[in-house]
Structure formats: C-alpha cells, structure tokens
Design a protein around this ligand. Structure first.
Ligand code: DAT
Ligand code: MG
Length: 151
C-alpha cells in the first residue's frame, strides 16, 4: 500500500507474440517506475525455483519446461500498491476468466499460455526479485513525472 516493488515477467508466449511493448506501455502509462529489466532464457533450475510453491501440482513439470524454453523479459516495477494493482492489470490466472481490459483478458486463452507473471504478495515479490536480480541491478532514481502522478 506504500511505495513497493513487484516482480513482473513477460513469459515466452508473450515475447513470441510480440507483446513486450504493449505490456511495458501499460505499466509505464499507469505511472509505475521501471527499476530493472532484462531478457534471458531462464535455466531449468531458475524456472523451478521461481515456481517452487507449485512443485506438487500436476502442471508443474510442464510449467517449468515452458518457462525455461524462454526468452522471458524479467522486470521490477515500483510504485504505490504495484503488487496488488499490477495483479489487477494482469487479470485472473485463467485468461478466459480474466476481465477484458486486463493483459490476460485481452491477449490470452489457455491457462498454460497466460503471457505474464506478477508477484502476489510483498513476501513473494521480495523472494522473486532476489531470485531474478542481483543486488545492484535495481536502479534508484526519481521519475520526473512523479510529482504529476502522486499528490
Ligand atoms: P498466477 O500466475 O496467476 O499467480 P498461479 O501462481 O496459481 O497463478 O500459477 C502459476 C502459473 O501456473 C500460472 O500462471 C499458469 C500455471 N497454472 C496455474 N494453474 C494451472 C492449471 N490448473 N493448469 C495448468 N497451468 C496452470
Ligand atoms: Mg502465482
């Protein structure tokens, strides 16, 4: 609910479908601040750790294979309530249950091809940012438009 950071990742389907610019545009236009970004093909180990909370689920092996097929765009976005509101912008896990206007609602159909990941709590955001980025990879700066976004 204060200034916080969320780990947002465009998954391989989002990259292959040419949605990078649209997704970044939505977070940027909302007023959030991009503080880290990189393109990579995640190792199987990294993908497994990212989704470790789902290790016992039947879809886990396929999910890890899909994510590590890469490439992904890993990002950290900062701003007021970005964790919860970012999840709203992303939409429901199942794209067919996502409201039109959300990223998954506008672009996805199947749950295993839902385009984007977003942290779901302060704790998972901290864990995921530390997993995907090294200390020093996060930029600290004031956005010039900040005073026109926040009162
Ligand atoms: P979210 O990505 O909305 O946080 P989650 O954490 O429950 O959703 O699941 C992580 C990812 O796993 C999700 O983005 C897509 C995949 N997934 C979830 N439930 C699934 C299911 N029932 N069948 C196939 N893939 C699933
Ligand atoms: Mg999740």
């Amino acid at each position: 609910s204060v200034q916080e950071k969320s780990f947002i990742m465009i998954k391989p389907d989002g990259i292959h479908r040419g949605l990078i610019a649209d997704i970044i545009k939505r977070f940027e236009a909302k007023g959030y601040k991009l503080v880290a970004i990189k393109v990579m093909v995640p190792s199987k180990d990294l993908a497994s750790k990212h989704y470790e909370e789902h290790a016992q689920r039947p879809f886990y092996p396929g999910l890890v294979t899909f994510l590590s097929s890469g490439p992904v765009v890993a990002m950290v976005w900062e701003g007021k309530d970005v964790i919860k509101y970012g999840r709203k912008m992303i939409g429901a896990t199942n794209p067919l249950a996502s409201t039109p206007g959300t990223i998954r609602g506008d672009y996805g159909i199947d749950v295993g091809r839902n385009i984007i990941h977003g942290s779901d709590s302060v704790e998972s955001a901290q864990r995921e940012i530390a997993l995907w980025f090294g200390a020093g990879e996060l930029a600290e700066y004031d956005l010039a438009m900040g005073k026109w976004v926040y009162e």
